[in-house]
Design a protein. Structure first.
Length: 105
């Protein structure tokens, strides 16, 4: 069973006890990122309740994750195509060299 670390983090001006299998440093890094996103959103909006701010932040973070996953899929397809390009080019090169042989027949 994985050992869970208990870490106290500060998000939105409040302290929370967070448990996770990741390192304490990583949990703090995540909490700092969430807090930063909440602060950014809070500075652009009229005053919001902490729960509304948390929900809007979660929506924005989910949007970031989905867009990044879509970009990863797009880049993976592009990489797969590029990996196949040399093989296709090699086949074409071979075919070009076969043309004179076929013409001689």
């Amino acid at each position: 069973m994985c050992k869970k670390n208990k870490v106290i983090v500060r998000i939105g001006g409040r302290e929370y006890a967070v448990r996770g299998t990741e390192s304490e440093e990583y949990i703090h890094k995540v909490a700092i990122y969430v807090d930063k996103k909440m602060q950014e959103l809070s500075s652009k909006q009229p005053p919001l309740s902490i729960s509304m701010l948390a929900i809007l932040t979660a929506i924005n973070l989910a949007d970031e994750v989905i867009k990044q996953k879509d970009e990863i899929k797009r880049l993976q397809k592009e990489l797969d195509q590029l990996k196949n390009t040399p093989k296709a080019a090699e086949r074409e090169r071979v075919n070009v060299y076969d043309i004179p042989k076929k013409l001689r027949r």
